[in-house]
Design a protein. Structure first.
Length: 329
């Protein structure tokens, strides 16, 4: 066995593991994860095996016993007679070459095995070989505790995506940690700790979707925590009433939105000041203008207080200066 991919999976098993190596062919293929044996499937590869006959010199009786018989051409016993030994003629074939068959393989092949359930920890993965038994390559596979999602912040965002969602839970650490947002392609998770990761929500149609985590098997399996994330229509402010107010703030401003359901709006922003609490009202949403220096500021709405919709209108802060008189008049 040369390598396995992925190199880790959850303790519940079920990970499809590709095992790459040589001489892995056979009528039946088996993989052994630690002490657990499962059947596998031969996938293919590019391997060529050649059988060759090799000669090896057989030992003569004298060499086997470490004796020098001193036998010459005439057949004199020589030193062998000193030990009471009688050197008989060599059996036929002894002292000459013997032949054995060897198989040499070049390239690699691949088999697929499903990891069985196992306690957390590292095990070796071996495969049944062509000549019987299992390999002894000691390639490792790690069983990791299954990820658990406990909370999301924020729990909603616009259908355009881009929200940074903080996912809290247990056993969230892993080199291949991914966040799964419904049917969208999984996205990379930025690990903060084993209890917190950050994920950027991808674009998705409006609606409720499951948000789950995968930490060990390249996204083959995700947690089953039942946490829900809501995609909402992006709220764009298209009108304001009134469109101006004093610098001291306090004016209740009604916002006309590009969406029908104003309930999705949780806050608004005047320029760089926000999020400010919003509420449904006047056929749209309402927010109280904060204090601000004089001038024009863009007004935006948000469904989660973090991602803001595009703004198309401005609110004007009037100067609070008052002229009482002029002299001379």
């Amino acid at each position: 066995v040369y390598a396995v991919a992925p190199g880790a999976g959850p303790v519940g098993g079920g990970t499809m593991v590709r095992v790459m190596g040589s001489r892995l062919r056979g009528e039946t293929v088996q993989c052994r994860f630690g002490l657990e044996v499962v059947y596998g499937e031969f996938i293919g590869g590019d391997e060529m095996c050649v059988t060759q006959a090799r000669a090896s010199a057989a030992l003569s009786p004298e060499a086997f016993y470490g004796l020098d018989t001193g036998m010459g051409v005439s057949g004199d016993l020589g030193s062998a007679s000193m030990y009471g030994l009688v050197a008989s003629p060599l059996p036929r074939g002894m002292g000459s070459s013997t032949w054995r068959r060897e198989e040499q393989c070049m390239g690699w092949v691949e088999v697929m095995c499903t990891s069985p359930p196992h306690a957390a920890g590292v095990v070796t993965v071996e495969v049944s070989a062509m000549d019987g038994g299992f390999s002894t390559s000691k390639v490792e596979f790690e069983y990791q505790a299954a990820a658990v999602v406990l909370s999301l912040q924020p729990a909603s965002g616009p259908d355009a995506g881009v929200s940074i969602v903080k996912v809290s839970g247990e056993h969230l650490i892993g080199a291949d940690a991914l966040c799964g947002f419904g049917s969208s392609d999984p996205v990379h998770a930025e690990m903060v700790s084993s209890a917190l990761v950050k994920c950027e929500a991808p674009a998705h149609a409006p609606g409720m979707i499951a948000l789950e985590m995968s930490t060990s098997d390249q996204g083959q399996q995700f947690s089953r925590s039942g946490m829900v994330y809501e995609y909402t229509d992006e709220a764009v402010v298209v009108g304001l009433e009134p469109r101006e107010g004093p610098q001291g703030g306090g004016t209740v401003v009604r916002m006309a939105l590009s969406i029908v359901d104003a309930m999705v709006v949780s806050g608004c922003r005047f320029g760089t000041i926000g999020p400010l609490a919003g509420r449904r009202g006047g056929g749209g949403a309402e927010c109280a203008a904060p204090a601000h220096e004089g001038g024009l500021v863009m007004v935006a709405a948000s469904s989660n207080g973090e991602v803001w919709g595009a703004s198309e209108v401005a609110y004007e802060y009037r100067s609070s200066a008052v002229v009482y008189a002029v002299a001379p008049g």
